[in-house]
Write a protein that binds this ligand. Sequence first.
Ligand code: FES
Ligand code: FES
Length: 205
Amino acid sequence: MNAPGSSDPLTIGLAVDGERRQVDVEPRTTLLDALRERLGENAPKKGCDHGQCGSCTVLIEGRRHLSCLTLAIQHDGAEVTTAAGLTDEDDPDGLHPMQRAFVRRDGLQCGYCTPGQICAALGVLEELAAGHPSHVTADLTGPIEPDEAEIRERMSGNLCRCGAYPNIVDAVREVAGHPPPDRVADALAATAGLTQTADTTEGRS
Ligand code: FES
Ligand code: FES
């Protein structure tokens, strides 16, 4: 055990995406740096490093955490899940339903924020299932409806520089069992309609 105030490295154990790992960290090392710099786990992203963007979100024992705001030594022995560790054997590509919904709903552009968004979204579903109210929950007496306002509020700590917010919210609502209209399918249908009209017009000239 280190003497109080010592900055000597300590060896801790983490179960990262189901694999038991050991890592030497200084007491001041954040969980994000331990994952990325020491263990080579690059799914959690370093955006602001100050708890303001959400790109470093991981699940610790199933609950969402900003890994840049917590010290690695606080989680000795914990199970840490990153977006890279999510999977589903029933999916043809092994994607977790939340990952599949982000793809289907076009909930990403550059993808930098996406691992954090997906971990945060899973944390949100756990919080909803546990009945934890948010700032916008109107009825505190029954199950919480995962409507657009509720999901937007709960995901508001995860920023997306590309502005993919509408589709991110749609993806989370889909997995929450309240699928909104499919904007992607609607857009494709509208594009197909425009193409058909252009072809018809061209054929007349
Ligand atoms: S990197 Fe952790 S919140 Fe931005
Ligand atoms: S998809 Fe580019 S930052 Fe969110």
